[in-house]
Design a protein around this ligand. Structure first.
Ligand SMILES: Cc1ncc(COP(=O)(O)O)c(C=O)c1O
Length: 366
């Protein structure tokens, strides 16, 4: 028996009949791009999040890039974001020609909003908070700073589907927000995918053109765009899975509550939650002493753990040209050595979680 962090095989077993019948229905129609399945999915996201507009795209990375592009962020501009994230948070900024400016995080792995103002220069155009693991950033503060300095906000809500801050859904605090439907997210498709939400019609209209080669109509290219359309099969599957999202999140929350109850060692720190926030629990990351040895030990009992990530974004070879002084990131440097994702998916059984906890406790006792 292997206990995995996320188990997509189990998800398929659970949903097989419904999934295959939906796939068959779409395939039978013989039309797989920009169809009513996509429109229906986008409408259901608007309903779920409360946003006016949604556009399905090829990935969360595209959603970030196209948000920046549509906002006119370009060469010479700076965007403030977090070093504890997936590389797409900064590569999207670099791809539109702008410069990512990183500020350190808090112990909850999210942007330390006290440090944002010091990082603002004449070139700063936007702030990109990342809701890492599904835990929302302090959005009141981000919104306040953005207003004061006349900056745009692009939420990297790749992990934010089902997350709330003061009862408002992730992505509702900004000009535009980017989500991912990568297989490892809790609203996940059959492969890569993503979407944006916005209340701004001009951004919606621009990205609608950009995602489809800038085509106004079949024979009419208005601007140069790209191909970044969420396909109809994915849209159909995602719409179906959206109806199950709240259940997935609450099951994962019960799993995390079990971890809180059964982990008895102080060498594992479970990051606390703030009462204003609902965490979508895309990942369950704890802070572990002796991380590498613990991983090896758990592996012996077929317990998978994963590290997201060993390197803060400034520590990659590709980021060298940004000339970031690593000493300015004491918290990110410290956390990168400790972060560890434990199995928490919605098909885990109580006895499996208790088993993982037992093995963790044993490791630190011996
Ligand atoms: C915080 C964050 N931003 C951006 C992305 C990019 O999304 P995608 O993998 O769909 O391109 C991810 C996905 O892993 C992510 O976790």
């Amino acid at each position: 028996m292997k206990i995995e962090v996320i188990d997509l095989k189990k998800r398929f077993e659970d949903e097989k009949l419904e999934l295959l019948s939906r796939i068959k229905k779409v395939l039978k129609k013989g039309n797989l791009v920009l169809t009513e399945e996509l429109k229906n999915f986008e409408n259901s996201i608007c309903k779920f999040t409360g946003s006016k507009f949604c556009l399905g795209l090829n990935s969360g990375t595209d959603a970030l890039m196209m948000s920046l592009w549509a906002l006119g962020i370009k060469k010479g501009d700076e965007v403030i974001t977090s070093p504890i994230s997936f590389i797409a948070s900064i590569s999207s900024i670099i791809h539109v020609g702008a410069k990512p400016v990183l500020v350190d995080v808090n112990d909850d792995l999210n942007l330390n909003t006290d440090l944002i103002e010091k990082a603002i220069t004449k070139k700063t155009k936007a702030i990109m908070p990342v809701h890492w693991t599904g835990r929302m950033c302090d959005m009141d503060r981000v919104v306040k700073i953005a207003k004061q300095y006349n900056l745009k906000i692009i939420e990297d809500a790749a992990q934010g589907m089902g997350s709330y801050y003061k009862k408002k859904h992730a992505g509702r605090f900004s000009d535009i927000a980017a989500f991912s439907t990568h297989p490892l997210k809790n609203l996940n498709g059959l492969g890569d995918g993503g979407f944006i939400i916005t209340d701004k019609k001009f951004l919606y209209k621009k990205i609608k053109l950009l995602r489809n080669h800038g085509l106004k109509s079949r024979d009419n290219v208005e601007i140069f765009g790209v191909n970044s359309r969420l396909d109809s099969l994915n849209a159909e599957v995602l719409k179906f899975r959206l109806s199950k999202l709240n259940k997935v999140i609450s099951k994962r929350q019960s799993n995390i509550d079990l971890y809180k109850k059964y982990i008895k060692t102080k060498k594992i720190k479970i990051i606390g939650e703030n009462k204003f926030k609902i965490n979508s629990n895309v990942m369950f990351i704890v802070l572990s002493e002796k991380r590498e040895s613990l991983q090896k030990y758990l592996q012996k009992f077929n317990i998978q753990t994963l590290v997201y990530y060993k390197n803060p974004l400034y520590a990659h070879k590709a980021s060298k040209f940004l000339n970031v002084d690593k000493k300015k990131f004491p918290v990110a440097n410290k956390l990168a050595k400790k972060v560890l994702a434990l199995p928490h998916h919605q098909y885990l059984k109580k006895n499996e979680i208790i088993f993982v906890c037992k093995k963790i406790n044993q490791f630190f006792k011996s």
